[in-house]
Design a protein around this ligand. Structure first.
Ligand code: PML
Ligand code: MG
Length: 255
């Protein structure tokens, strides 16, 4: 196997995140040496041409990954739902999450996401029973890193009801991230909708599925992000370490 590298980008406007800049975008891949340059260029373009604004701070970090450090996982199954309004989508999301998480924790997650300002770039960790926030990362949040698919992203996915849906960049990246997050010991659910003002799709991940939901927020809103629900028997440190450090590759086909 070729040597692989983790390449990660985060960008902000008004200076670096750590100096109060406003988060514009973050993205990452795991690729071989000959693809690094192309991906670096794509990530720079993304930061400079984003619906949230134009970044004036771009951080790109590249790290070699040893083959023995990689964990291989399968993607979550994708389920799709009909809904026409934000209220309907939120009600569906809450019903789905309540299969794995207490109603109180679900309400806390919605309150957290709806009251975020636009600057949070990582995720919030909540206790799946009490809804208490468990990470101590403040505005930064937990950033899930070192993940990708093996080979190319698929151009379509067959959902649990046998519908073929096209895969855009949002879905491809979110499905990889959600699959890594659900593979973490102690995580029992996730709630997410995009912070991009032109993208209103979101999802709930639980019970081995990526439940994809339309209309999770009003068009034009930059209020979005991620909440991970964790089982209180597992240490927050072990969850954070897996999410931030474990290299994970998603295998679309059987290896
Ligand atoms: C994001 O792009 O910030 C998250 C997008 C979540 C939904 C992706 C999808 O299923 O289309
Ligand atoms: Mg975004």
């Amino acid at each position: 196997m070729n040597t692989l590298y983790s390449i990660r980008m985060r960008s902000a406007e008004g200076g670096a995140h750590e100096h109060g800049g406003r988060h514009i975008s973050g993205a990452e891949r795991i690729v071989d040496e000959k693809t690094l340059k192309i991906i670096a260029q794509q990530l720079i373009d993304r930061a400079l041409h984003h619906s949230k604004g134009t970044a004036d701070f771009i951080n790109i970090c590249i790290e070699k990954i040893e083959p023995h450090q990689i964990q291989y996982i399968r993607p979550l199954a994708v389920a799709i739902y009909e809904s026409n309004t934000i209220d309907e989508s939120h009600a569906l999301a809450k019903d789905l999450l309540c299969q794995s998480v207490s109603a109180k924790a679900v309400e806390c997650a919605f309150s957290f996401l709806q009251s975020l300002n636009t600057n949070m770039r990582g995720a919030i960790l909540l206790d799946s029973q009490t809804g208490e926030r468990l990470d101590r990362t403040g505005q930064k949040g937990i950033r899930v890193t070192r993940m990708d698919v093996i080979g190319k992203h698929p151009s379509y996915i067959v959902t649990t009801d046998n519908t073929e849906i096209p895969v855009n960049t949002h879905l491809a990246e979110a499905l990889v991230l959600a699959s890594k997050v659900q593979s973490c010991k102690g995580i029992v659910g996730e709630l997410c909708w995009s912070d991009d003002p032109d993208y209103t799709v979101g999802y709930v991940a639980c019970n081995g599925k990526y439940h994809r939901l339309q209309h999770m927020k009003p068009l034009g809103s930059e209020i979005g992000g991620r909440v991970f629900f964790i089982d209180s028997h597992v240490s927050v440190e072990s969850v954070e370490s897996y999410l931030e450090s474990q290299a994970v590759l998603v295998t679309w086909q059987d290896r």
